[in-house]
Design a protein around this ligand. Structure first.
Ligand SMILES: Cc1ncc(COP(=O)(O)O)c(C=O)c1O
Length: 437
């Protein structure tokens, strides 16, 4: 039996990022000649005859069957994401959260354990603290980049370590190569949420991360017009190195004709199981309408990510020298605690997000938010527009006071997702809002 991600959408890994983001995953559509990626709005795919149907169901012939699993619009986007991450394969799914749940439960089940950095998106804290806990999977949170703490927290039943390349909202940078080395010495994979860096700034697969999560909702999509996510399989991790450690990948899958995923799909067993088993059963499929929108965004990722980074650095420098601002965190600032790691890991710039506090504390931050005119107050990042929010009362508000403290989230922290407008206008807007506190 063989099962591979749709070979029609194979990419050329020799091409450069700027080319891949436009061409990977899609060649002009053969039937109609459509040059743009069509929206294949179909729930199911017609078989040629009874034999074709039976073989596709038995996975002995590749091809679309049902759009909960594969759809040619969505697959094109998945292949494009894999290409720009420099990875073996990707599965595009309904949201970043769906990508996390599918990836986590692909190798962890009841009785298993995860070690995660404490610098994570609030929604991810919720998944780990509550939803996975309900499923019998426990997580220990340790200080970001404290390798000794990661090692000390690791147990016999630990399945992976988890970090965000650039933490949301603290914008501290995880030392992925060092974490990969330490995890490998314990025969564990590192899973990295690369949403805040995007593959334009950083490709965790190249530094040995086993699996990468992206929320396509943010900079990769880039327009704030839809939700999406991806599970990306670097294709380099040896899941069979410790016999019995990852049975969902190395032992027969009774729910799929007894497939052993490391044998059936050796190039990308993790992604293949996410698609063929987890997505099939749990079902958070990316709609082809959303996939097409995300694809339009990806075409300009490098241009936008560069401008976001350039603008964010200028805004961070402005805030750093503003008399009413008490602190700023941005990995591009020379005195930022993450600057050394960020300079070593990130290419082209330091990302589009920054956080700061005012000397007037929580109230000062809220007044800035209420007085900005160009910035939009909403719970998202990575939009072309500049966005602003107070995480402690919004994105991270489900955390208790103790959990907020554990996540290093101070009451005065304001997060800005710096857009690609003219930077002088962004700065002028923050300046006039700060003048009012
Ligand atoms: C770092 C990070 N990962 C994952 C997610 C979840 O992505 P989505 O909102 O697409 O489900 C978010 C959302 O803000 C995020 O900031």
């Amino acid at each position: 039996m063989s099962f591979e991600l749709d070979p029609t959408f194979a990419s050329d890994p020799e091409k450069h990022f700027n080319t891949l983001q436009i061409h990977a995953g899609f060649a002009p559509e053969p039937t109609t000649g459509s040059a743009a990626l069509p929206i294949y709005a179909t729930a199911a795919w017609q078989f040629d005859d009874a034999e074709d149907a039976a073989e596709k169901f038995a996975l002995s012939r590749p091809g679309n069957v049902y759009s909960r699993l594969t759809n040619s619009t969505t697959d094109a986007i998945a292949a494009r994401v894999a290409a720009i991450e420099g990875a073996a394969a990707a599965v595009a799914v309904a949201s970043g959260h769906a990508a996390e749940i599918l990836a986590f439960t692909n190798i962890a089940k009841a009785g298993d354990h995860i070690v995660a950095s404490d610098s994570l998106y609030g929604g991810t804290w919720n998944i780990l603290l509550h939803t996975l806990d309900d499923l019998g999977i426990k997580t220990t949170f340790v200080p970001n980049n404290d390798i000794d703490a990661f090692v000390a927290a690791t147990q016999e039943n630990t399945k992976f370590w988890y970090v965000e390349t650039i933490g949301n909202p603290l914008v501290d940078v995880a030392d992925v190569p060092k974490l990969v080395d330490a995890a490998k010495s314990l025969n564990l994979p590192l899973i990295v949420d690369n949403t805040f860096a995007t593959p334009y700034l950083y490709r965790p697969a190249e530094d040995g991360a086993a699996v990468i999560i992206e929320s396509l909702t943010k900079w990769i999509g880039g327009h704030g017009a839809t939700i999406g996510g991806a599970v990306i399989d670097a294709g380099t991790y040896d899941w069979g190195a410790v016999p019995g450690k990852f049975p969902t990948l190395t032992e027969p899958d009774e729910s799929y004709h007894g497939a052993v995923w490391t044998q059936a799909a050796p190039a990308a067993p993790f992604a293949t199981r996410v698609l063929a088993q987890r997505l099939r059963d749990i079902g958070p499929t990316l709609s082809p309408y959303a996939a097409q929108l995300i694809g339009l965004g990806i075409e300009t990722l490098s241009l936008r990510a560069q401008r976001h980074s350039d603008n964010a650095l200028a805004v961070a420098k402005f805030l750093e020298s503003h008399p009413k601002v008490s602190w700023v965190r941005y990995p591009g600032l020379e005195n930022d605690p993450s600057h050394e790691i960020a300079s070593r890991l990130l290419k082209h710039g330091f990302g589009g997000a920054l956080v700061f506090g005012t000397k007037a504390g929580r109230q000062g931050g809220l007044e800035v938010i209420n007085n900005v005119k160009l910035h939009t107050l909403l719970a998202n990042v990575g939009d072309a527009k500049s966005l602003i929010i107070h995480p402690a009362s919004t994105t991270h508000s489900q955390l208790t006071a103790e959990q907020l403290e554990a996540a290093h989230l101070s009451e005065d922290l304001i997060r800005v997702s710096v857009g690609i407008e003219d930077v002088d206008d962004i700065i002028a807007d923050l300046d006039q809002a700060l003048a009012k506190i």
